[in-house]
Design a protein around this ligand. Structure first.
Ligand SMILES: *Cc1c(COP(=O)(O)O)cnc(C)c1O
Length: 421
């Protein structure tokens, strides 16, 4: 469900014509729908209603402050994977006690920041990190609440680049090491085991791998409780998939929630969830303008003003995005086939190969649907292109929520060495 629809022949986000945003702000530009963000947050909250549950939105999916503030106002907590994301979440008004900190490579500085802030939980990913965290916490006279992220060795399906729960993945501690690490935690005065954490990947549409991983993890919780660990929480990560095209039919949040209710029933555990994509993915589009048509012997390239530096998912994961013209095609608009590419000097700067779609003239605009998650957050200034702009729509109003930097801003971190000045 999302709020991007054709009205009066033009693609709108809620009550705003995307052409108006493109005219005012320029392209490429990301446009996010407040109503869609709110709706997704509410659907998920409602699905877990009555459970002791913390919905910790995964900031890495879309960390724009206005997006975070919108979700904070819906009661979302945050799952962060860096000190910068922690500061973003706090800046947006998400309270520390609703923030969990994940990630395989936390630095001492990040640990200090999180401990001083008083976050809800550290999701620790190795024995070495456990020792480091204990030391840092002791130095501050604090005790860090910890869930160990375990690797359940379950294949999640989906693209291998977004699977995180197989034995060969860098994430989580090896399954067999978990009991010993919980035992070691008892001897570390700066950490306290409060739960177990698992996250097996992203864009998972089939609930069975999740159910298998969660059941296995709950088995571990029971084993650890029997061994004398007072575990109060289970963090089941994120990963629920979304429809990127009509043929996708991921499990709906209600089924996902029912599965989690089933597997966690009667355990008296707080359940922590870290949804990212399912909240933000379909709440955003990227709008781009067609620069040129370039015929080649066997195809036509549609060259657009957005590049892989603005939307990296196709280059990074061979991801599919539906691409809609902003001008609604009519029954007589000719259909054609394009390879849709950007201006970046890389062969992987290709958004779609042999895409059948209505003709779009040079100067026409297109929207990459379902770009709200892992879109703008992955953008860069490669090829010295300014960072892509972001806009938030709410009903009939819209606002620029990240402007494009000027050239001077782009180079201001650089300086000439003495011998060249
Ligand atoms: C990326 C990530 C998430 C969010 O995943 P989605 O597929 O966007 O829901 C949650 N938890 C952790 C630890 C992650 O790395």
């Amino acid at each position: 469900m999302h709020h991007f629809n054709y009205e009066d022949g033009h693609l709108h986000c809620e009550g705003v014509d995307l052409n108006e945003i493109a005219d005012q702000i320029g392209t490429p530009v990301y446009v996010y729908s407040t109503a869609t963000l709110r709706r997704h947050a509410r659907v998920i909250a409602a699905a877990f209603d009555g459970m002791d549950c913390l919905i910790a939105y995964s900031v890495k999916a879309n960390g724009n402050l206005a997006v975070l503030k919108t979700l904070a106002s819906e009661g979302c907590g945050a799952d962060v994977v860096s000190g910068g994301e922690l500061k973003r979440a706090l800046t947006a008004g998400i309270p520390a006690h609703r923030i969990v900190f994940s990630g395989v490579g936390k630095t001492r500085e990040e640990m200090v920041l999180a401990l001083e802030t008083g976050i809800h939980q550290f999701n620790v990913e190795s024995g070495a990190e456990l020792i480091e965290l204990s030391e840092v916490a002791m130095g501050l006279g604090k005790v860090a609440p910890v869930a160990l992220r375990v690797n359940p060795d379950v294949a999640a399906g989906g693209h291998p680049n977004i699977s995180t729960g197989k034995a060969g993945d860098k994430f989580g501690v090896p399954w067999a090491d978990a009991p010993e690490l919980y035992h070691q935690m008892k001897a570390l005065p700066g950490v306290e085991a409060v739960g177990v954490d698992v996250h097996i990947g992203s864009q998972i549409g089939d609930l069975e791998p999740m159910r298998a991983a969660f059941k296995k993890t709950i088995g571990l919780v029971k084993f650890l409780r029997d061994a004398g660990h007072d575990l109060k929480r289970i963090d089941l990560g994120g990963g629920l998939g979304i429809p990127y095209q009509a043929s996708d039919s991921p499990a709906p949040p209600s089924d996902y929630a029912q599965m989690i209710r089933d597997v966690t029933e009667g355990l008296g555990l707080q359940v922590i969830l870290e949804p990212g994509r399912v909240i933000a993915g379909n709440a955003g589009v990227m709008v781009s303008e067609v620069l040129y048509h370039k015929p080649a012997p066997d195809r036509t390239f549609l060259i657009i003003d957005a590049g892989m530096n603005d939307l990296m998912r196709p280059a990074l994961y061979q991801a599919h995005h539906d691409i809609l013209p902003l001008a609604e095609p009519s029954a007589d608009t000719p259909r054609t086939t394009y390879d849709i590419v950007g201006p970046i000097c890389e062969s992987t700067d290709k958004f779609a190969a042999q895409r059948k779609m209505p003709e779009v003239p040079a100067g026409g605009r297109i929207a990459f649907m379902s770009s709200g998650a892992y879109g703008a957050v992955l953008s860069s200034q490669y090829n010295a292109r300014p960072l892509v702009a972001e806009v938030l729509v709410d009903g009939d109003q819209y606002a620029l929520v990240r402007r494009r930097p000027s050239f001077d801003e782009m180079i201001q971190l650089e300086q000439m060495p003495d011998w060249l000045s």
